[in-house]
Design a protein around this ligand. Structure first.
Ligand code: IMP
Length: 184
């Protein structure tokens, strides 16, 4: 286990937990999409680490493409604004698309994205969410077909997830100490 970052209060998912989660999701996708050559859509930036590991856990032919949207500013609260920063290069008409997402919170980002991508007539479109945040109330606006695991309703970092572009490189998922927000 790597040394704990001084700003991290608690590790929620260790490197071993993550490995187990990703290989399970990869196996599920490999089973469900055999013969379908799915396109894995990585939603930048947060999902790039999960996508890279997920691709290697998928044992059937598959392809990858990238999109960038911004739904959060540099803070911890949703701005409610979803902006397409980079679109796909791949034509998805008739393709089986799986959106790889780092964390599903309100789901507003993905709900917007999915509606936009559906207009391009993919054969199917599903979500593989590495984590789903357990929030009070109705839960995310979209339903992921694949869920890695659930995390509590706290701001988490690591394994691609950031606070103002920091901590993405942590190999585990953790909760920050309150001071870490203040220093931001
Ligand atoms: P949603 O639209 O509320 O589902 O927000 C999804 C996006 O917000 C994720 O893809 C992340 O980029 C970001 N996000 C939501 N919760 C967290 C968190 O706890 N840590 C880091 N980023 C988060």
């Amino acid at each position: 286990m790597s040394e704990l970052h001084p700003d991290v209060q608690e590790v929620l998912l260790s490197e071993d937990d993550i490995k187990e989660i990703v290989s399970r999701v990869g196996a599920e996708i490999s089973r469900d999409y055999a013969g379908k050559n799915p396109l894995i859509v990585c939603v930048l930036r947060g999902a790039f680490v999960f996508t890279a590991d997920l691709m290697r856990a998928i044992t059937i032919p598959c392809a990858v493409d990238f999109m960038a949207v911004s739904s959060y500013g540099d803070g911890v609260v949703s701005s409610g604004v979803v902006r397409i920063v980079k679109d796909l290069d791949t034509h998805i008409e008739g393709r089986h698309v799986i959106i790889a997402e780092d964390i599903l919170d309100s789901g507003l980002t993905l709900s917007y994205l999915i509606n936009m991508l559906k207009a391009r007539k993919p054969a199917s479109i599903e979500i593989a969410a590495f984590t789903v945040k357990d929030t009070e109330g109705q839960g995310p606006a979209v339903k992921p077909r694949y869920v890695g695991t659930h995390v509590p309703d706290a701001f988490v970092v690591g394994y691609g997830l950031d606070l103002a572009e920091r901590y993405r490189n942590l190999p585990y998922v953790g909760v920050l100490k309150p001071e870490a927000y203040a220093n931001k």
